[in-house]
Each structure stands twice: as C-alpha cells, then as structure tokens.
Design a protein around this ligand. Structure first.
Ligand SMILES: Nc1ncnc2c1ncn2[C@@H]1O[C@H](COP(=O)(O)OP(=O)(O)OP(=O)(O)O)[C@@H](O)[C@H]1O
Ligand SMILES: [Mg+2]
Length: 371
C-alpha cells in the first residue's frame, strides 16, 4: 500500500495543500516549526484516524478553526482507496472510506499499515513498557484478527476490577468475580502476542547475524509468572492489588526485554548502538508484515538527521526501500539527504516554509542538496 495523494486543510500550521507522492521515497525539508511533523501527522491520521502526537482532537486543529480535514488516496497497485478524516472540536473524528462512513478506526488501520519512527521511537529501549507493548501489538493487531476485540474486552473488564479495588470495603469474593472473564480475554491476548513474538524474534535475530560488536537477546515478558495461569495469578494477587488499588499483573503489564551479555542493553550499549537496535526492531516489524501479507508497510521517519548519522540513515533507508516500503522522511537540512536524492530515481523532494509546501524539481533538489 502507498499514498498517492494528500489534501489537508486546517491541520496545525499547514496551509491548504494538495500533494502527490512517489510510491518509493519522499523527502521533506524545512526549518524548525515549518510544518514537517504536522505533515507526517496528517499521513498518520489517514491510516488510523488518530495523530501519533496527541490522542486529543483539538491540538491537531489549526488555531481559531473548529474542524480539520485530511483527505487522501492510497493504492495497493490495483485498487484506489479514498479516505477522508474530519476532526471537529466537540465532535471528535469522523472517517469516510470511498465516500462511505466508517465506524471504527481499526478497519482503516488494517487497510493502511503504517509505522512511525520519531524521537519517541528511541525510547523503545530507554522508556517504559507501554511503548514496547504498543509496537509488538501493532504487528499482533495486523496478524491476529481477533486480537483487537479481545484486547478491548480485556480493558473493559480490567476497568471493572480496578474500580472495585478502589472501594474501601472491597471483598475478595467481589473482585474475584471478574477473574474468569479477565483471564479468558487475557490468556487469548497473550497467546496471540507470544505467537507473533516468535516470528518477530526470528526476524530480529536474522537481522542481527552480522553484528560483530554485541549480541542481542530479546525476550517476551507476558506480564505475570510464566508457570502460572492468569486466573491463578489474579486470585493470588488480591491482597497486593487491594493495597495498590489496581491490578498489578496481567497482559496490560507485558513487556519486551532487550539484553546483551545478560545485562540491560541501556546499561551497556552506546547511544549509536542503541539506535541500531531500534532501527532493526522497526525493520523486523516491517519484514514480518511483508512476509505475512506480501506487501510492506508505509514508513514515516520524522527528523531523521536528529536520530541517525548519515551513513546509518543511508543503510536504513535502503533496507526499507528494498522491502518495498513507501518512505516519508523529514529533516531540517537538505544536504543531509544528498546521497539518496542523487541516487534514487523514484524520489520526490518537498520544501516546507511556514506551512506552505513546494515540490522541488529533481535537478534543483540535487543542486540545493550539494551546497
Ligand atoms: N493547532 C495549531 N494551530 C496552528 N499552529 C500550530 C498548532 N499546533 C502547532 N502549531 C505550530 O505549527 C508549527 C509547525 O509545527 P511542526 O511540529 O509541524 O514543525 P516541524 O517542522 O516539525 O518543526 P521541528 O523541526 O522543530 O520539528 C509550529 O510553529 C507550531 O507551533
Ligand atoms: Mg518536527
């Protein structure tokens, strides 16, 4: 799948735009605050109905406006999909696919697989477990059709259990009423995750075979003891959970553990090595997706120069291109992209200033990048 066209109005600082893209690589350059991330945000809204920057509607809408619209055309090579998302203050989001209203974001996310690599991605190793879980779940969501509905049900029952745990006089028998349902949904979610993790781990190991500097070990922590059923764990945890007034164990606490030589990667590896691991992780996700579905996800990379040196960036872009991913990469300085602009045939280069996008002719982009 790739984006052919994007039309945007009233998204952050972006002036109304209508752009067509390369199915291969698209480079977007502009100064700080010019609108690069807002542009990527618009592309991500087309894939999920949501921004990767804020789960709220209002911040995305241009100041002094009541609604923002993003319209796009995507193609899988055979079929053209027309997607429209409107975000209104007080009304949330409404989505249309091929002129028909679409009730749930998940159908859109399934249609347009998309991964975002931005400054937050580098917290894969340094940040909390939520982000690692969300990346594993990105793949699980696509691969296991029933994952999403089980996850929503799990969260709903978890909310009920947690509400009871907050009551002063709460009794074990009241809280434990929820254990069978919670463990039923939770075990299913965990089964899906464990299966997908095996595939992902194989990919990550393959991508790491040429690494000479360090060995990477990669494990899945399901969120509670491996040798126990979730139901047993929930029944056993009542006293502790009541003390904390929340459910401390379960698939909502699952994590991915990255170690090297038995130690946490963050305690051993250099910043550059950590970035390499993060990039490989995204590549492994994209590879797994491609192996299963036959086509690669769209990749958005925000502020590439801030995250990677030129050589590492070149290798990463080439690996995604070899997979067949459509790439959108942003950066402040055009010269940083000189190699890819000079060598890649199927490239489009855009300059953005104060929210206004201008496509650069290939020759002019090469000249500007060479400065
Ligand atoms: N709701 C909004 N309405 C209007 N302008 C906004 C809104 N939200 C943010 N902005 C402004 O939009 C501009 C573009 O922001 P954006 O994050 O897209 O810039 P950027 O090109 O990615 O910059 P950087 O290189 O610093 O990451 C900024 O000046 C920001 O203050
Ligand atoms: Mg930005």
């Amino acid at each position: 799948m790739y984006y052919k066209r994007l039309l945007v109005s009233n998204v952050r600082n972006l002036e109304p735009l209508d752009l067509t893209f390369s199915p291969s690589v698209n480079v977007i350059c502009g100064l700080n605050g010019s609108g690069k991330t807002s542009f990527l945000e618009s592309l991500s809204i087309l894939s999920s109905g949501k921004s990767f920057r804020s789960h709220l509607t209002t911040p995305v809408i241009a100041r002094e406006h009541k609604a923002a619209t993003v319209f796009g055309e995507a193609s899988d090579g055979n079929t053209l999909y027309k997607i429209g998302v409107e975000k209104s203050i007080g009304k949330g989001s409404s989505i249309r696919l091929n002129q028909k209203p679409l009730q749930n974001n998940s159908a859109l996310a399934r249609l347009i697989p998309l991964l975002v690599i931005d400054h937050q991605s580098f917290e894969l190793l340094t940040g909390g477990s939520k982000f690692r879980r969300s990346l594993l779940d990105w793949l699980v969501f696509h691969v296991e059709q029933n994952f999403h509905v089980n996850w929503l049900s799990y969260r709903e029952v978890l909310k009920q259990r947690n509400a009871l745990l907050k009551l002063k006089e709460t009794q074990a028998r009241d809280v434990n009423i929820w254990a069978p349902q919670l463990s039923d949904f939770g075990e299913k979610i965990t089964g899906y995750r464990a299966k997908v993790f095996e595939v992902l781990a194989t990919q990550l190991n393959e991508l790491s075979t040429h690494e000479k500097d360090f060995e990477l070990d990669f494990r899945f922590d399901q969120g509670w003891k491996h040798d126990q059923s979730l139901k047993e764990c929930l029944l056993e945890s009542f006293d502790q959970d009541r003390r904390y007034q929340t459910t401390k164990k379960g698939p909502h606490r699952a994590d991915l553990l990255f170690t090297t030589g038995g130690k946490k990667v963050t305690d051993v590896l250099s910043r550059g090595q950590l970035k390499t691991v993060v990039c490989r992780f995204f590549l492994a996700l994209a590879n797994c997706y491609k192996d299963i579905f036959g086509n690669a996800p769209i990749i958005l990379i925000d502020d590439l120069p801030a995250e990677l040196d030129k050589n590492r960036a070149k290798i990463l872009l080439r690996q995604f291109l070899n997979l067949g991913s459509q790439l959108f990469v942003t950066g402040v300085d055009l010269p940083y992209f000189s190699d890819i602009i000079a060598t890649e045939q199927n490239i489009k280069v855009f300059h953005v200033e104060h929210g206004i996008f201008k496509e650069l002719e290939k020759d002019s982009a090469i000249n500007l990048a060479a400065v």
